[in-house]
Design a protein around this ligand. Sequence first.
Ligand code: PMP
Length: 406
Amino acid sequence: MAPDIHTLRRDFPTLAQIVNGHPLVYLDNAATTQKPQPVLDALNHYYRDTNANVHRASHALSAQATQAFEAARIKLQRFINAPTPEQLIWTKGTTEAINLVAYSFGMHHLQAGDEILLSTLEHHANIVPWQQVAAATGAVIRVIPLTPEGDLDLLAAERLLSTRTRLLAVSQVSNALGVVNPVRQLIAMARAVGAVSLVDGAQAMGHLTVDVQALDCDFYAFSGHKMFGPTGIGGLYGRKELLERMPPWQTGGEMVHSVSFEQTSFNRLPFKFEAGTPNIAGAIALGAAVDYLTGLNRMALAQHEHSLLEALITGLEAIPGVRIIGRPDVRVGAVSFVMDEVHPQDLATLLDMQGIALRTGHHCAMPLMQALGLEQGTIRASVAFYNTHEEITALLAGINKAREFF
Ligand code: PMP
């Protein structure tokens, strides 16, 4: 049965707000999503009723916290179809997950002359850590260019991949344009030359069904706050043989097996990579987000999101002077556009005055904006399943109003 979006929206208290005198139209979901009541309840419940450290003390509350924390890991493991829970490492989010791989795998396994293959569409979080690795090891960064239509150029990727390529790091969905990249194909191409692959799944998890085994990637990074969970929690999936060979990148309590002043032996997976007290409440609440999502008809919601984007694209195409960036047919979540003679920030300010929240600028993808010749960046409207057609109509009306103003 088709979901009733107006009923679903009641699960998200933040959506029912008046902003600048207007009902909030929240179209900045690629930056962060709103949280449903079960996620808020899980956070509250942990701090109010359990609040104990995990894996340590021998008392009831600690056992309860540990049980809920590890149960959440299993929920995430199943959500992305990872083979075992110990292959799911908690991190602060995508950025920390990518840094984990950069520092633990990159710094130790790459050397001068090795190549790291990125794409033009990457978020800074999937560029800068690799630049640090390249600077320290002498590895070289190569970049998959875009075709004139704005897609990743697979023929160029084929030419760039060689036995020198040690790592491919690409996003499944571009945060700046919403474009879905052919990651499965790229991963297979990388594997054929013996390269390891990392997928930045920050923008994929809230929209697509992710299956790390079907993707056949070696690493998959994601953020909880972009999939209706809290900030400060996310994860890294890794192939077991690789994770086992990789040294810890942060050290301290929790990640050790035994410590003396002479030497330390490290804990087993996944704890080897989880130094210090983790974000216990965050992990448990992210588990609640997964329960919430899996309780919904995700296929129907994906279709709803698709129809929102279709309506938005059709509406934008009808506005004189508006140019949509990237191909309209292979995207989820976001639409980026520019408007003749209107600075993105000016448009966003006018829309904000009407309660419409979206994002402008380079979207932490400055190299992409440069490649597209869009130094002022773009205007990005990004949807989640709780957005409505009325909200898209309000955005289009707001843009038309702004056009008259300018
Ligand atoms: N990669 C992509 C594609 C993103 O959209 C983001 C967040 N905007 C990140 C990485 C970084 O995520 P976080 O800030 O949650 O670590």
